[in-house]
Ligand binder design. Structure first.
Ligand code: IMP
Length: 434
């Protein structure tokens, strides 16, 4: 069975967690391949709201194995907190049983968090992501597989803490890392995670050879990709399809299906241009009805109309085989709905995203307008979704204006929608009927 890749097609927060949670029912493995606890997934199970930053969304399916892959940067203290919470609600400690941490993944240490807290330009999540990737690229980072070599090594701790303190000093931080605290941290990480550290790429490759179903779960979104996103207002990893297999330690030939997740509108957290941003009452509607607050930092998300220029860019980079549209219900109650089809840049109409941050800042959206559809309660939307799936009605169960909107998006992006989300509940998703 080939691997399926799930990717954010916008600026993150598209609802990957909910989709992976649904697909994980059929999967034996869910692997993350990049990023760290800058990500946040919310899974709603009836009355229970579960928030994860590192644990893949498949955690809720007990038969599913979980991998934190080679391309990730992992804060062991955050991972431990999530595991403690999970144990409280499920009585399970999956470490080394069905949760495996790649020996190649890099470790976020307090030093990286101190460095990240100095950011005032990008609006990072402050979780130490960029500084940890910087150490990786500088070939001085610490990987889980190398922990046993440095555990208890006071020479290593001395030279490493000296280097860290020089960098903190040069960057203007008053924080310092002592040799002893570094030794204690390494020893704590070894005690808590040694049983879970593994050659996870090999495990995934073996699973695929045995015909098992593997999901590669992306974090953030295409526009936050370090190469293909809105640089410099991006995260520090490759969030796109090309890295899904590389960052998981398997080859790209394993992948057949690539689902791009996109909201029925668009959001962004942090700084950087967002041409369709709405600072009016429609933006307020999207933010309020859509509960647009970050899972990781609680920051208010910026909201705007669906941007087909962004989505065509994401499609070129990722070659989605299907789109999973989320939060369609949030548009309910608006008289009209706009879709950005092109930009005006310095008096010229352009159809592709400029690579320069300042040019993108000057882009004005060119819209088409579609009729709106009525608002409904979450219970009503859930009822529509359940009926649509049980009676095999697919999208025809939706109000006709909503169906036209979906068709228009498909035409503009050039990819079919395979599912449409109409509420936060696990069952509030309508599947395409072939
Ligand atoms: P960093 O990943 O913490 O370095 O933050 C860099 C940029 O990516 C900032 O604009 C963050 O707001 C944004 N970002 C990082 N992770 C996420 C995410 O999971 N969802 C949405 N935005 C994110």
């Amino acid at each position: 069975m080939p691997a399926t890749v799930i990717l954010g097609a916008q600026w993150g927060d598209e609802g990957k967690g909910k989709l992976v949670d649904r697909l994980a029912e059929q999967a034996t493995w869910v692997a993350r391949f990049q990023g760290g606890n800058n990500a946040g997934h919310t899974v709603v199970l009836g009355d229970q709201v579960l928030k994860f930053h590192l644990l893949p969304s498949g955690i809720t399916r007990k038969e599913c194995n979980l991998v934190l892959g080679d391309g990730m940067v992992i804060d062991p203290w955050v991972l431990n907190d999530e595991l403690v919470n999970w144990k409280e609600s499920s009585d399970e400690d999956p470490r080394g049983e069905r949760l495996f941490v790649s020996e190649r993944a890099h470790i976020i240490l307090p030093y990286h968090r101190y460095m990240d807290s100095l950011d005032s330009k990008i609006g990072t999540t402050g979780r130490g992501i960029g500084p940890t990737y910087a150490d990786k690229i500088n070939r001085i980072g610490l990987r889980f597989g190398d922990l046993s070599e440095v555990n208890g090594d006071s020479n290593w701790a001395e030279s490493t803490s000296e280097r860290m303190n020089a960098s903190l000093d040069a960057a203007g931080s008053t924080e310092r890392v002592s040799k002893q605290s570094l030794l204690d941290d390494i020893s704590w990480i070894c005690d808590n995670f040694s049983s879970a550290i593994a050659n996870t790429g090999l495990m995934l490759d073996n699973a695929l050879k045995l015909g098992e179903n593997v999901i590669l779960e992306g974090a953030q979104g295409c526009l936050l990709d370090i190469d293909q996103g809105t640089f410099p207002y991006v995260t520090s990893s490759v969030t796109s399809r090309g890295n899904s297999t590389h960052g998981a330690g398997i080859h790209p030939g394993h992948v057949e299906e690539v689902i791009g997740i996109t909201k029925a509108y668009i959001t962004r957290v942090g700084n950087g241009a967002m041409p369709t941003e709405l600072l009016d009452e429609v933006g307020d509607h999207l933010g309020t009805v859509g509960h647009e607050f970050g899972t990781t930092t609680g920051r208010k998300r910026r909201c705007g109309w669906f941007d087909a220029v962004v989505m065509r860019h994401a499609q070129r980079i990722n070659g989605f085989t299907g789109l999973a549209l989320t939060k369609l219900d949030v548009l309910g109650g608006l008289d009209e709905i706009k879709i950005c089809v092109a930009y005006e840049l310095d008096g010229q109409e352009i159809r592709e995203m400029p690579s320069s941050a300042s040019a993108l800042e000057r882009c004005k959206p060119i819209y088409i307008t579609m009729p709106g559809f009525p608002s409904q309660t979450l219970t009503e939307w859930l009822g529509i979704a359940k009926k649509a799936n049980s009676e095999g009605k697919g999208f025809s169960a939706l109000p006709s204006a909503a169906q036209h909107y979906i068709k228009q998006l498909e035409t503009l992006v050039g990819v079919p929608c395979t599912s449409v989300g109409v509420g936060p509940d696990r069952d509030a998703t309508i599947d395409l009927v072939e």
